[in-house]
Design a protein around this ligand. Structure first.
Ligand SMILES: C[S@@+](CC[C@H](N)C(=O)[O-])C[C@H]1O[C@@H](n2cnc3c(N)ncnc32)[C@H](O)[C@@H]1O
Length: 174
């Protein structure tokens, strides 16, 4: 699968901890390999590490990242940068072009993103032209990128896994 990292910008530790943690968990669950956080927040890093420890895989979250440096380094190394924004080109119109790129850095904001991001990104992609959230836009983008294959991922080193069931909660611990 394509290597995907997520860059989370605009995080405000006093109010965005829950959303940013969910950006990371969504990235992990839907096939990304890492998240870069353009702010200092050891609490978010620890929450995500705890999920990885119990539920498996090798997803990493790094805080204190300088967003501009992260984007320019990614491009210097031959990677593609996709900025999710409702002002961009609509997902269905660009996803087949993006699907052949590897690796991909997906940038999501919190509040208003710095204007420079639009020029630095290789693609500004809208998941509809309607305002919603970084979590929903990331989830839909990853699902379209991986064509749904990420839904069948297996985590061999998981300490806990769910046994899918029609009703009730069944888990297995190792
Ligand atoms: C709560 S929104 C804030 C949007 C803000 N009003 C702006 O002008 O950038 C936070 C993030 O969600 C993502 N987002 C929200 N709606 C989107 C959409 N329709 N398509 C793609 N990304 C979206 C973008 O990454 C955005 O930076």
């Amino acid at each position: 699968m394509t290597r995907v990292a997520v860059l989370r910008i605009g995080h405000r530790p006093e109010r965005d901890q829950r959303v940013t943690t969910h950006v990371g968990l969504t990235a992990r669950a839907l096939g990304a390999e890492e998240m870069y956080l353009a702010a200092s927040d050891p609490g978010v890093v620890a929450s995500i590490a705890d999920v990885v420890d119990r539920w498996g895989g090798s997803f990493t979250c790094t805080d204190n990242v300088k967003w501009r440096r992260c984007i320019t380094d990614w491009k210097k190394e031959g990677g593609t940068v996709v900025h999710l924004t409702m002002y961009g080109l609509n997902l269905p119109d660009v996803i087949s072009e993006i699907r052949i790129k590897d690796p991909i850095l997906v940038v999501v904001g919190a509040e208003k993103v710095p204007g420079d991001i639009f020029g630095l990104a290789d693609y500004n992609v809208a998941v509809t032209g309607q305002p919603h959230s970084e979590i929903s836009s990331l989830a839909l983008f990853l699902d379209h990128l991986f064509s749904g294959q990420e839904l069948a991922a297996i985590y061999p080193d998981a300490k806990i896994r769910i046994i899918p069931s029609k009703s009730g909660k069944k888990t297995e611990e190792s």
